[in-house]
Design a protein around this ligand. Structure first.
Ligand SMILES: [Zn+2]
Length: 91
């Protein structure tokens, strides 16, 4: 945490704040456990990418391991669960 004098409050470093951003949650349930999916930003081959994964950490390590939707032409696609169409605009 650090003190943001302008906002007069303590704030998390950028990376952590991003992790807590409610906008990262997707209004679509995990196909395995029913929890919300979350956006996960990563870099591959120097390109910024976004994937969707289960938002429950414990499940990600176990039963929801294969819940991974990759961004592809405005849609998200999973090798195991197929195409996911979101109603909201994509980033
Ligand atoms: Zn799940």
């Amino acid at each position: 945490m650090f003190w943001n004098a302008k906002a007069k409050r303590y704030e998390l470093p950028h990376a952590q704040r991003q992790a807590l951003n409610p906008e990262m949650f997707v209004d679509h349930p995990c196909p395995v456990c029913g929890a919300m999916l979350e956006r996960y930003a990563y870099t591959k081959d120097g390109q910024d990418k976004v994937m969707l994964r289960c938002s429950i950490l414990d499940n990600r390590r176990s039963k929801c391991k294969e819940v991974a939707y990759f961004q592809s032409r405005g849609e998200f696609w999973s090798p195991k669960f197929g195409t996911l169409k979101l109603l909201e605009p994509q980033i």
